[in-house]
Design a protein around this ligand. Structure first.
Ligand code: CTP
Length: 420
């Protein structure tokens, strides 16, 4: 996918004259629909004000590795992973040297070391610094490690010299960002590190995204689900060592890496794909499945003298309830979601009982919360043992915590072994 529309970019601004162009870069990325979070180094603050970056990104700017308030809101590990791509612009000789040697003495360098995402660097420095053997060695090592580079361009520099060292122009960087996003940007851990993960050896089937229910060959009924939370859970389960099948409705976000993705359109296709992916240890129904479909017309419906068409709605199969009711081969842990706009916990409790699942992850999807389609989520876990409410967190962090909770419930034998 090359679109920036749902991309999350972490922009690391180093200390160089070119930092002023990073303000324009942030603006260009946002114009194209990306969410941009910025980190600025101590040196970067000599060139541009964090306030300008905050204004142009529309987000808090992170500056300090040891800031207690920043860490409480979003830890540096989460910050480094809650992005689709990290863009370092300007990437100074110092930042590149630190990254090449794995130094981590400030927030920017720590993020570069801790991330599981691709990094795109836009170097900017004096031409002697760019041509210096040390910088060339560092850049070669970083390229070998998978870091992507755009520029530097030739041109005259602030210091009066002419040659390579000017940071690429914002639109060139935007094009490089789009190219980087067109392939998976998460770098999975080597399997040897995942084998000991909390879900090692377990199979997880998860539904995500909306379903599209055709009305005629060109129209369909849909909903606003982005698939972000379901996809994040699939990715987190794979990172925890599980073998994951993700059954996804139509979404505009990249496939998580390390996951087997089955694409479907309708609720009935989703059920069929889930049934053929079972048996599994855990089933997670994170999709916003359309409750109803219409008997689709074979040809495009036309306006006529009889007025608007009347649709008889037919109820779709309930995938979660069907899986939870399996007499044999029921996953040991069946997890549902409850997307509500009022009485969230009360409705979630009713769903837990009605659909006979083991746990319901409830959230408030009223438009004012910004949860549907957004990057954060505030969930409550509703189980037979009670309710646990979590603070508002990034969807990736919610996913990691949920996976840890699922693993805990599975290993503590909750729920009881199902009757097979
Ligand atoms: N679900 C499903 N199949 C359906 C409908 C819902 O698997 N046909 C699952 C969803 O993936 C979610 C849970 O059931 O895990 C609850 O979905 P939700 O849309 O909140 O509930 P509904 O079944 O539509 O109930 P209500 O109409 O009361 O909101």
């Amino acid at each position: 996918m090359t679109s920036l529309a749902s991309a999350r970019i972490l922009l690391v601004v180093g200390g160089g004259v070119a930092a002023y162009k990073s303000l324009d870069l942030a603006r260009r990325l946002r114009e194209r629909g990306a969410r941009v979070r910025a980190v600025i180094t101590r040196a970067g603050k000599h060139f541009i004000a964090p306030l300008s970056l905050a204004a142009l990104t529309g987000e808090k700017v992170f500056e300090d590795l040891f800031s207690l308030t920043d860490e409480a809101e979003m830890g540096h590990i989460e910050l480094s992973r809650d992005a689709d791509l990290i863009v370092v612009a300007p990437a100074t000789a110092d930042l590149l040297a630190k990254a090449a040697h794995g130094l981590a003495d400030d927030l920017a360098s720590t993020l570069l070391l801790a991330t599981d995402k691709k990094i795109l660097a836009a170097p900017a420095m004096n031409l002697r610094m760019w041509l210096a053997p040390a910088t060339r060695r560092n850049v070669a090592a970083l390229r070998d490690d998978g870091m992507l580079f755009i520029g530097p361009n030739d041109g005259s520099m602030a210091c009066g010299e002419f040659g390579p060292g000017r940071m690429a122009e914002p639109l060139e960087i935007v094009a490089a960002v789009e190219a980087a996003l067109s392939s998976p940007t998460t770098i999975p851990l080597p399997p040897s590190f995942v084998r000991g993960g909390a879900l090692a050896g377990k199979r997880v089937v998860i539904t995500s995204g909306p379903t599209h229910e055709p009305v005629d060959p060109v129209r369909y009924i849909a909903n606003r689900s982005s698939g972000k939370q379901g996809h994040a859970i699939a990715r987190a389960a794979a990172e925890a060592g599980a073998e994951v099948v993700l059954v996804s409705g139509p979404v505009a976000i990249p496939d998580p890496s390390g996951v087997d993705v089955v694409r479907v359109e309708t609720a009935r296709e989703m059920l069929a794909a889930v049934e053929s992916a079972l048996p599994a240890d855990i089933f997670i129904a994170a999709a916003a499945v359309a409750d109803w479909r219409v008997e689709a017309a074979g040809e495009k419906l036309k306006k006529g003298a009889d007025g608007p068409p009347r649709f008889a709605l037919v109820e779709n199969p309930d995938i979660l309830a069907t899986v939870a009711a399996r007499a044999s081969g029921r996953p040991r842990l069946v997890v549902g979601f409850a997307a509500e706009t009022e009485k969230v916990v009360e409705h979630a409790r009713a769903k837990l009982a009605r659909k006979k699942c083991d746990l319901v992850v409830a959230n408030d999807v009223s438009p004012a919360t910004g949860i549907m389609g957004g990057d954060a989520n505030e969930v409550s876990l509703v189980g037979p043992d009670g309710v646990e409410s979590w603070p508002k967190l990034g969807k990736d962090e919610v996913a990691r915590r949920l996976v840890a909770e699922f693993a805990r419930r599975l290993s503590s034998g909750q729920p009881d072994e199902p009757s097979r």
